[in-house]
Design a binder for this molecule. Sequence first.
Ligand SMILES: [Zn+2]
Length: 136
Amino acid sequence: MSNFGFPSPQFNEDMQPFFEGTAQRKFKMMRCRQCGFWNWPYGGCRNHDNEAYLANMEWSDASGRGKVHSFTIARVPFNDAFPVPYVYAIVELDEGPIIPTNIVGCAPEDVRIDMPVTVVFEDAPNGLVLPRFKPV
Ligand SMILES: [Zn+2]
């Protein structure tokens, strides 16, 4: 098995507020001040023109709840940082956006499409706090 260390998410300063939020165990997404549209990751409102530099958007506390949109169970290890089996999933958040993540807190075989989940925060070896999701 190869071991090339914990792969840190690549992000720029636009996503910094998100990881500042997870460090405080808060799940934040961008919300439009004009119409309430939610977006994740960093991005503008899809309902109308955005102000310069997305001034109409702000990082806001979100529910951290959603449902499993799609998933796969990884059984072949590619990195010691990720012991198998684990569940890689796309979660559809209650506010609308989708997020790639892992489902934790249950056996991989118990994960189902549309299963309600809620965010949990895990301290990663690289110092970041990463959001994962567990069954409600
Ligand atoms: Zn809007």
